[in-house]
Design a protein around this ligand. Sequence first.
Ligand code: TYD
Ligand code: MG
Length: 455
Amino acid sequence: MAKNKTAFVCNECGQDFPRWQGQCSACKEWNTITEVRLGSATPARGNSFSGYAGSSGSEVQTLDQIDLNELPRLSSSFKEFDRVLGGGIVPGSAILIGGHPGAGKSTLLLQTLCQLAETLPALYVTGEESLQQVAMRAHRLGLPTARLRMLSETSVEQLCDVALKEKPKVMVVDSIQVMHMSDVQSSPGSVSQVRESASYLTRFAKQHGIAVIMVGHVTKDGSLAGPKVLEHCIDCSVMFEGDSDSRYRTLRAHKNRFGAINELGVFAMTERGLREVANPSAIFLSRGSEAASGSLVMVIWEGTRPMLVELQALVDSSALANPRRIAVGMDANRLAMLLAVMHRHGGLQMSDQDVFVNVVGGVKVTETSADLTLLMAMVSSFRNRVLPQDMVVFGEVGLSGEIRPVPNGQERLFEAAKHGFKRAIVPKANVPKKSPEGMQVIGVNKLTEALDALT
Ligand code: TYD
Ligand code: MG
């Protein structure tokens, strides 16, 4: 009998080591290295596995000889989902949907597969819920149930055997954490089981041209049983996120071999399941009717479309020697940098103030266009001056206090005008030749000009 091989793998970055160590020397995380049993014969290593079904064994070709007839993508029946995947499900690809338990991953995939099964063979493998539970949910949501094939199974080998007979075009495996392989000796959910199961399913997807969608739960700290451990073997990794107390869910690709990763899909969880939000630009704009200081609206750019989001800042004198700087939904380093710029070029000293910043609606802003918005919201709170409610602000702030233009300025302004905003403070280079109707656009070059425009 072949000897069982073991490896030591970092849960965070997936780096292999010959022996255990306390700190991963690749990603510098502590206590992330676990022993992984590779099984007596790591399945299919010896197989000639060469990508998608239909491609020949180990034959060398030049690039121009390769057949470019791309297989048509399968629509998931949700436009938002398709967009995040880069235009639909690629046949034979391996997709991972991650998210916290209760985010709605099973609901999303059940709705998707029920619709897909109307036109092509689809198989839903559930290892978490009983078939009855899934059926009850489908019934309650009023989904077409006649054609979707269901299987309750947790053994990867068994489910692949069934899939070979069923020949589905799309298969869902819910979830990868409960799946196990017989020749891996640790319990389901452990790093080695998850890793081997996911790579087995990925190879299976490619060899047989079946798109496999795996569900993966993230742990409390947001990792996907070691996200990087899985990320390098699958084709797309998308995250389904949202506060459990908010009805909105967002879907975002973290890795996509077939499209861009900056697209955001927005869904709403209703009593009738998930509904896509086709025009999400203002859903995070739930402002009270009364204007308050420190509150300001910005226009961020998400993938291919603008989105209006409210930003709140609270600046309050601090009782601490080291005043607090807390940013929710934004980078705290950026906040520190902007405070320095404001002191140096705006002449406003906030070193004895606590500063709290919050992006409303649980949105995470990674764009620099929020710089100017954040600065002005802080000034508004600091001076306790209410800003007009019909004003939007965006622009990048440089270290010398200059206001830099941001991409898609015109589209952002038009989106704001569409939602009834009447005033905008933007970088001078972003001022369009013709302002949107009914909107006064003020272009600024320097931080001081922006602060003047407030008065
Ligand atoms: P689920 O898809 O089971 O989550 P996951 O598979 O990601 O763990 O979704 C569960 C949550 O969604 C549950 O808390 C209830 C809510 N929900 C609704 O609000 N409406 C619905 O129609 C459904 C099916 C679920
Ligand atoms: Mg589930």
